[in-house]
Design a protein around this ligand. Structure first.
Ligand code: HEM
Length: 391
């Protein structure tokens, strides 16, 4: 009988990889299929993590235990050295800060984005929301425009030059490598507009997020970085929410919208993958994970894990009459780094849905496309078939 292998010799399951480039080609071409294959291999061998080689060793996990550990041990699993640093729009502020500085930074920022503060921004956001066209329209393009206008209302009382804001944020929704390329000219224009408004708000504060952020250390950086974290995530979530209200009109009612949105975010979490760098040698189920390894968690894999969710692949908002399994539902991350804009995003989407007339789905490419954030592969054509819900 073979002697049991010592943990030091145990290896993690891993999908087949190319000789030199490892998993990089598949990560670039079809990352969701690669993640799903890795998770299948892991489950088949009784594991909850698997290994990838993405230019350096990476470990991906999807169980509640893995999620809780990665998201709460902020000393071992650190943001600096993760993927966020590769995208200039996101490389800074609270997103790249680590323990011990991260917690006090969040304590400073959280009050401006809490439920009460966000509820004060709702009227301004609602007023900025564009009308739903009478003719068929693409819910994705509409959501893009709506979110841009509503964020402008929330952050700047709608004073920010819309063309400059659009030019700055648009690359985040394009395919790679666009989100990774610096554009100093566009950035300079954005910064100049931000400084102009900051000057005005210092003289005369308004009930907007910019005025709140001016009371925070390096608040202009936090405004710029959080806007970038806000735009394409919320656009994709709103586009999918509109599409599913059109496909399943029985769920298009204010009392059903929270469950509909939760189900949308379970199946199509815009933040489909979160990354950290392992700061010190550690172990998982006895298997060593070396310092410098990339550690990934995936709201996409965890939200579709058949071990946690009955009929995991089906759209079933009725499942939300009960709380989700702990640490299995992470569209806004978790622990100390839970999304700063959770209330803002949910408020924006729910207030928008409330004003949307009954819709019908015409045709669309709803399949998930994982760019910087996960969104629909193509347009989502829908048509209004009645009056607004809240008229
Ligand atoms: C539906 C829309 C949104 C989704 C799905 C989403 C998702 C996420 C996720 C998964 C994380 C954790 C990332 C990680 O663990 O690495 C996160 C963090 C973050 N989000 Fe959001 N987000 C959304 C909207 C927003 C909005 C509107 C803002 C504007 C304030 C925002 C600002 C941030 C910031 C600043 C962080 C970093 C927090 C930290 O590291 O302490 N997000 N978001």
């Amino acid at each position: 009988m073979a002697a049991p292998r010592s943990p030091e010799r145990m290896t993690l399951p891993s999908p087949a990889k190319a000789a030199v480039l490892g998993h990089l080609p598949r990560w670039g071409a079809e990352p969701l299929a690669l993640l799903e294959e890795g998770a299948e291999l892991a489950r088949a061998s009784g594991q909850d993590v698997f290994a990838l080689w993405l230019g350096r060793p990476a470990v991906v996990g999807f169980s509640p235990d893995w999620n809780r550990t990665l998201l709460t041990d902020l000393h071992t699993f650190r943001s600096r050295g993760s993927f966020s640093g590769l995208v200039p729009h996101l490389a800074g502020g609270v997103i790249l800060s680590d323990a011990p500085e991260h917690a006090p930074r969040r304590r400073e920022l959280n009050p401006g984005f809490d439920r009460t503060q966000v509820s004060r921004l709702m009227d301004a956001m609602q007023a900025a929301c564009p009308d739903i066209p009478r003719e068929p329209f693409d819910a994705l393009s509409w959501a893009d425009r709506a979110v841009l206008r509503m964020l402008n209302a929330a952050y700047f009382d709608s004073d920010f030059d819309a063309a400059v804001l659009h030019a700055y944020l648009a690359p985040l929704r394009r395919g790679f490598p666009a989100p990774m390329l610096p554009n100093p000219l566009v950035r300079r224009r954005f910064d100049a507009e931000l400084s102009r408004l900051a000057h005005l708000r210092r003289e005369e504060p308004r009930p907007d997020l910019l005025s709140a952020l001016l009371n925070v250390d390096d608040g202009l950086t936090e405004a710029r970085i959080s806007l970038a974290a806000a735009h394409d995530t919320t656009t994709h979530a709103l586009a999918y929410a509109l599409w599913f209200t059109a496909k399943y009109p029985q769920w298009h009612a204010p009392e059903h919208h929270p469950a509909l949105l939760k189900e949308v975010l379970r199946l199509y979490p815009p933040g489909w993958m979160g990354s950290r760098q392992v700061a010190q040698d550690t172990r998982w189920n006895g298997i060593p994970i070396r310092k410098g390894t990339l550690a990934l968690y995936s709201p996409y894999l965890s939200g579709r894990d058949p071990q946690r969710w009955p009929h995991a692949a089906d759209f079933r908002p009725e499942r939300w009459t009960r709380p989700p399994p702990a640490w299995a539902y992470l569209p806004f991350g978790g622990g100390g780094r839970t999304c700063l804009g959770l209330h803002l995003a949910q408020g924006l989407i729910l207030t928008t849905l409330k004003g949307v007339p009954p819709l019908r789905a015409r045709w669309g490419h709803e399949k998930a496309h994982p760019g910087l954030t996960l969104g629909p592969r193509g347009p989502l054509w829908v048509q209004a078939v009645g009056d607004s819900l809240n008229v």
